[in-house]
Design a protein around this ligand. Structure first.
Ligand code: NAP
Ligand code: COA
Length: 266
């Protein structure tokens, strides 16, 4: 991946990416690798995660993939330990695993709500908490991938709104607790990013996609590279005084609230 940042800005760094088998997180992983980092990826599916890691290796990067469900603390901790055992202290931890579907609250089971809370919110706690013994102190950059749902109530998104609001709080509480040890913790809030599972689920028809597009002040969907650029910057020394920030990377779409009326259950 070609980025606008100086080549090799993350040379020698080790990055751990949770939810790295596809979409935005895999795009960020490729950005980290192109900037010189060694990358370790986890996700639930052994096939998907190995294919993603192999694809990065085929492009000439150093990458390993491990199957681990972020809801399983022991599995996450084991993957972090393997990464640190392989390459040494971890410089960058990205927590981006998430699940979402469009459903009205009145039609959602308690288990449907809990499932998204467990993946997004408990998963982010697990990834960051388990990383504590393996990250570089001082110096590590921890990044949560959150969403506009965290601050903007949305119809048919009660589970994702509650989960991502919690992700923002986990991010900011850890920035306060771990700041004194030289660990920075930030969140990136992507807007609608093209060619992702998230947008396929939220805007499954051309009409819904067009309605969403009309609400984006910059007039386009984002690209995975847009999120990668910000994640790379946050992990360099240029961002050394940035912690506890939740940074939108969304073409200003949070200002309009997005096209909520297009979020209809399939
Ligand atoms: P995606 O491709 O479906 O990415 C989700 C990733 O998480 C996959 O790699 C998936 O792999 C993994 N995953 C899911 N459940 C997991 C679990 N329990 N344990 C470990 N890994 C798990 O979706 P995306 O649209 O790119 O979204 C990526 C992130 O960006 C999410 O945090 C999402 O909330 C956020 N976001 C996306 C958009 C957007 O426009 N798409 C906008 C705002 C925020 P496996 O299936 O192999 O587990
Ligand atoms: N509408 C309402 N409820 C739904 C639903 C939908 N579209 N999809 C799943 N659920 C409910 C299920 O019915 C189940 O509840 P129940 O036991 O009361 O019936 C609960 O959610 C858990 O479903 P399950 O399929 O067992 O969960 P899982 O852990 O295997 O998968 C999901 C998690 C549901 C989030 C699945 O969509 C997924 O794996 N998503 C990852 C990819 C993704 O969402 N990418 C976008 C990221 S923004």
């Amino acid at each position: 991946m070609q980025t606008a940042l100086a080549e090799g800005v993350l040379a020698g760094k080790v990055a751990f990416i949770a939810g790295g088998s596809s979409g935005i997180n895999l795009g960020v992983a490729e950005g980290f690798a192109a900037a010189g980092a060694k990358v370790a990826l986890i996700s639930r599916s052994p096939e998907k995660i190995e294919a993603a890691a192999k694809d990065l290796r085929d492009k000439g990067y150093e990458a390993i993939g491990m199957a681990a469900d972020v809801r399983d603390y022991v599995a996450v901790e084991a993957a972090l330990a393997t990464t640190a055992g392989h390459w040494g202290p971890i410089d960058i931890v990205l927590s981006g695993a998430a699940g979402n579907f469009v459903a009205p609250a009145a039609g959602m089971s308690a288990n449907g709500f809990k499932t998204v809370i467990d993946i997004d919110l408990l998963g982010t706690f697990n990834v960051f908490r388990a990383s504590y013994g393996h990250i570089r102190k001082p110096g590590a950059s921890l990044i949560a991938i959150t969403a506009g749902q965290a601050v903007q109530p949305m119809v048919n998104q009660i589970h994702a709104c509650a989960a991502k609001a919690g992700v923002n709080m986990v991010t900011q509480c850890l920035a306060m607790e771990w700041g004194p040890e030289g660990v920075r913790v930030n969140g990136i809030s992507p807007g609608p990013i093209a060619e992702t599972e998230g947008m396929r689920r939220l805007t499954p028809t051309p009409e819904a996609e067009a309605a969403y597009m009309a609400t984006i002040p910059l007039g386009r969907y984002g690209e995975k590279r847009d999120i990668a650029e910000l994640a790379i910057f946050l992990s360099t020394d240029s961002a050394r005084y940035i912690s506890g920030a939740i940074i939108p990377c969304d073409g200003a779409s949070i200002l309009t609230g997005g096209s909520q009326s297009s979020f209809k259950p399939a």
